[in-house]
Design a protein around this ligand. Structure first.
Ligand code: ZN
Ligand code: ZN
Length: 118
């Protein structure tokens, strides 16, 4: 498998949740999580209210993410807006299985389904 530069497989993920959502006050919330393949930043997906994974790409130029959801290992390239190939990244490969989706616990509004980007 070939892939271009900009992927650092040895960098662990930044944590179990979206960096920016968890830093906000009150806490933001996410639907699914994505992990930057270059620096390990964990951000929320494009369906989430704040789309922090894409914002991270805009701010940093780090173009490739991998899904941080259990059972998913696909890559996405924001620069081409298409699926991409990539290597296995440092563990953990996804957030804890018992972590709620959407998350984080306690910050998700009752009408979250209506608030997703489609
Ligand atoms: Zn977020
Ligand atoms: Zn990054």
């Amino acid at each position: 498998m070939t892939y271009s530069s900009g992927i650092h497989p040895d960098v662990p993920p930044s944590g179990n949740g979206c960096v920016e959502c968890l830093a906000a006050s009150p806490s933001g919330w996410w639907f699914h999580l994505r992990r930057c393949a270059e620096c390990g930043h964990v951000g929320c997906c494009d369906s989430s209210p704040s789309q922090h994974a894409r914002a991270h790409y805009r701010n940093s130029g780090h173009r490739r993410i991998q899904s941080f959801e259990p059972g998913e290992d696909w890559y996405w390239d924001f620069a081409t807006d298409d699926y991409a190939d990539g290597p296995k990244l440092a563990a953990p490969a996804h957030h804890p299985e018992d972590q709620p989706v959407p998350g984080p616990a306690g910050a998700v509004p009752a009408d979250w389904l209506q608030r997703l980007h489609r």
